[in-house]
Ligand binder design. Structure first.
Ligand SMILES: C[S@@+](CC[C@H](N)C(=O)[O-])C[C@H]1O[C@@H](n2cnc3c(N)ncnc32)[C@H](O)[C@@H]1O
Length: 294
């Protein structure tokens, strides 16, 4: 055993004691980032190279600060995004919805599909679409100025790493209830991971104390923002345009009915995340829906 592996074993026990869900993984990821190696190379770090700041960072994780705030990065599909105080940490469950949007856009018979990401946070969904659907243009909407700073930073760094994304994610400041009116009836796809936690619901400290409140709480039943997304998407989408909206694992049935046929939606479906839990609703703007030509 090396000194670093010994320290990781002690850190793992401390993190487990503090109630951290994946204590070994977190201890290893903290150590790997700090020592500039991959997780598989931790045993190669010489004893003399052990960085004592490891224990400062373990203490932060022990206090239930999110791992991604400590390392400063969140991995999302093919992206490495900068995250920290003031922005929602993108979650793995959102990757499946993003994949759905990417697959639909890639298959769309449209030269340059135009998309809106309502509540972009770090820019995770918008940037993945721009990176993986090179013809798409994504309007990323965010009301929170702090979150927008993180999105700006990620848009710039992804444009450096993947120059084909440059200029194809356009950040808009404002409330998604009212922005993008110049695109009414024109968008090909709207995607959103809105705040959807019912007020008063229990959340772990990593979420309640570190994710911004504007990213979390969705009113009494959690669906306040989902209803706004519905009205906004109804305004923005062209006939046949597609929508995907994320929700909590217990909200599938309720969100399904937000996208009812009488509101001009068709093919509304519930979709699961990788753990098999209800996670997002997809639907399409009906042809000849109320307020639409054709
Ligand atoms: C759950 S986070 C999702 C962030 C990112 N799309 C993701 O999946 O990681 C919701 C985001 O929507 C933003 N937001 C909430 N209500 C909004 C509104 N009415 N208008 C614009 N943005 C809003 C929040 O500030 C937050 O960044």
């Amino acid at each position: 055993m090396s000194l670093l592996l010994d320290e990781i074993a002690i850190a793992t026990a401390r993190l487990a004691e503090a109630g951290v869900e994946s204590p070994r993984t977190d201890a290893e990821l903290i150590a790997a980032r700090l020592h500039g190696v991959s997780r598989g190379e931790l045993h190669l770090v010489p004893d003399a190279g052990f960085d004592p700041r490891f224990w400062d960072e373990v203490a932060r994780r022990e206090a239930r600060e999110p791992l991604q705030h400590i390392t400063g990065v969140a991995y999302f599909r093919y992206l490495e995004l900068a995250v920290g105080s003031g922005v929602f940490v993108p979650r793995q469950e959102t990757e499946v919805m993003t994949c759905w949007a990417i697959d639909r856009l890639a298959a769309m018979d449209v030269a340059e599909p135009v998309v809106a990401d309502l509540g972009t946070g770090s820019g995770a969904i918008a940037l993945s679409i721009a990176q993986e659907v090179p013809r798409a243009v994504v309007h990323a909407v965010e009301a929170d100025p702090l979150a927008r700073q993180w999105a700006e930073r990620n848009i710039a760094s992804v444009a450096t790493a993947s120059p084909h994304t440059a200029g194809r994610v356009i950040l808009h400041a404002g409330d998604f209830a009212s922005v993008l009116q110049e695109f009414d009836g024109q968008l090909d796809l709207v995607v959103s991971n809105p705040p959807y936690i019912p007020v008063g619901a229990w959340v772990p400290p990593e979420v309640g104390e570190y994710d911004p409140a504007t990213a979390l709480w969705g009113g009494t039943d959690g669906l306040d923002a989902v209803r706004v997304v519905e009205a906004t998407a109804r305004r923005l989408l062209r006939p046949g345009g597609l929508l995907a909206v994320e929700h909590g694992a217990q909200q599938g049935a309720a969100v399904y009915w937000v996208f009812a046929e009488e509101n001009g939606w068709r093919d509304t479906r519930n979709n699961a995340d990788l753990a098999g839990r209800d996670r997002f609703v997809t639907t399409a703007r009906a042809w000849g829906a109320p307020g639409m030509a054709g």
